[in-house]
Design a protein around this ligand. Structure first.
Ligand SMILES: Cc1ncc(COP(=O)(O)O)c(C=O)c1O
Length: 433
């Protein structure tokens, strides 16, 4: 879909002052297709030609209550009237940390500004605590823009070797090769390979960092018992288990994946839904580890970490989630899942919807299920792109990249779901003609 004239004009202006006209590489869609957004409200966003889109990207997840939620905005305004950054603790910070503890069951919390910061801190804390250096990371998972983890999120076909010994592929240039030496890459959902690797190398493995659901590899769920096995191996070999809940936290359940699956991590990284659209992240965890963070021991901090606006946004967002906002999110997601699967069947397109209702993903494949990144690479990405392209033309906006699920907010209505389902059905019909 090509952008309209006013949007394109704004994009040219953006290109004159920002590389590719964007502030994150993932926002560049193409010379004549990238959008510039004028506003967002509830479940919708508008471009500069006043085209309206039903937004299933939600800024890659954060806007769990929809865009410009008035409860969140009021709380942020209230907080800003007292100033924003003090280099000292303030009450919104305490209140946000108390809510996180209560909802997730972590013992202690530190704040940061982005998911990447949270996973970076969590890895360092794990290394400090264990006195070991290496990390286990799974193919197809994403943990942010820092060197330790910028590997094998969605490497090109044919670049990543054999599944028992994956080749480390950086997500671009500028990531020093030495970081690959600190990494064990493994396929997700394979307990035997994980156990083998741990038995061979446990003496230098500080942590396993994992998205409990593959939020960056179309919402692949863990196999029955897999997370329990990971937990058990970590306990047996003194390895810190880090759940990266940047996408799942406060979205798939009030207490995130720990509650959803009933498996506890040692450290957890939160961001996205935590701030309802404002930049905040948190590292939470058990007291035995988090309690060791401190001056001249384990470093953690940041000038804007725990600022008033962001922590106030978190307080308001978490209160709405505690009061039941996820019920609406889940109902909408269930409606989408059922409608999309019916449409696939009706149109004779092999595929299914996977993942929890708050972040479902459409998989186009003859297989009945997919369990890791390599299997996702064998699904029909070309058809997927054509279907999503048609959806976009109709004003329904999931992410174009097949690794992202759809993100749903409590502002998405039943009518929106019905419309999205009929648009999906029409899109399938058009591409299959
Ligand atoms: C699972 C996961 N971890 C970490 C990050 C990085 O978060 P941020 O973009 O806020 O740095 C992301 C971002 O999409 C993510 O999906």
């Amino acid at each position: 879909m090509t952008s309209g004239p006013k949007t394109r004009q704004m994009f040219r202006r953006a290109q004159a002052c920002m590389p590719s006209g964007v502030t994150s590489n993932y926002r560049y869609w193409g010379e004549d297709t990238s959008l510039v957004i004028k506003k967002g409200q509830g479940a919708y966003i508008w471009d500069y030609d006043d085209n309206r889109y039903l937004d299933y990207r939600l800024g890659f997840g954060p806007n769990i209550l929809g865009h410009a939620n008035p409860v969140v905005l009021d709380k942020v305004r209230e907080a800003l009237s007292m100033g924003n950054v003090f280099a000292l603790t303030h009450h919104y910070e305490i209140e946000a940390a108390e809510r996180i503890k209560q909802m997730t069951g972590v013992d202690l919390v530190r704040f940061a500004n982005s998911g990447a910061e949270a996973t970076m801190h969590a890895i360092r804390i794990a290394r400090a605590y264990t006195g070991r250096n290496k990390i286990i990371k799974f193919e197809g998972q994403y943990h942010g823009f820092h060197d330790a983890v910028m590997w094998n999120t969605f490497p090109p076909e044919g670049s990543y070797g054999y599944r028992r010994s994956p080749v480390a592929v950086a997500q671009g240039s500028g990531v020093p090769r030495v970081f690959a030496d600190l990494l064990h890459l493994l396929p997700f959902n394979d307990p035997e390979l994980l156990e083998k690797k741990i038995k061979e190398d446990w003496g230098d493995i500080a942590c396993i960092i994992m998205e409990p659901i593959m939020g960056n590899c179309p919402s692949i769920m863990p196999r029955e018992g897999y997370l329990e096995t990971v937990r058990k191996l970590c306990d047996e070999y003194g390895i810190v288990l880090i759940f990266d809940e940047v996408k799942t936290g406060f979205r798939i359940a009030k207490g995130g994946a720990q509650e959803y699956f009933g498996v506890k991590a040692d450290l957890v990284a939160y961001a996205k839904a935590l701030g309802g659209g404002f930049p905040i992240a948190a590292i939470g965890g058990i007291k035995a580890i988090m309690g060791e963070i401190g001056y001249l021991k384990i470093p953690q901090g940041g000038t804007y970490a725990g600022n008033a606006a962001a922590t106030a946004a978190a307080c308001a967002t978490l209160d709405e989630i505690a009061a039941g906002a996820l019920d609406k999110v889940n109902a909408h997601g269930t409606q989408l899942r059922e409608g999309f699967e019916e449409a696939l069947k009706r149109r004779g397109v092999p595929g299914f919807v996977q993942g929890p209702p708050s972040m479902p993903a459409v998989i186009l494949t003859d297989k009945e299920a997919v369990y890791d990144f390599r299997e996702v690479m064998e699904t029909n990405h070309e058809l997927y792109a054509r279907v999503i392209g048609r959806l976009l033309e109709k004003g329904v906006m999931p992410e174009m990249h097949p690794r992202e699920p759809l993100f749903i907010s409590s502002a998405h209505s039943d009518e929106d779901a019905a419309w999205a389902v009929s648009a999906f059905d029409e899109a399938l019909g058009e591409v299959m003609e």
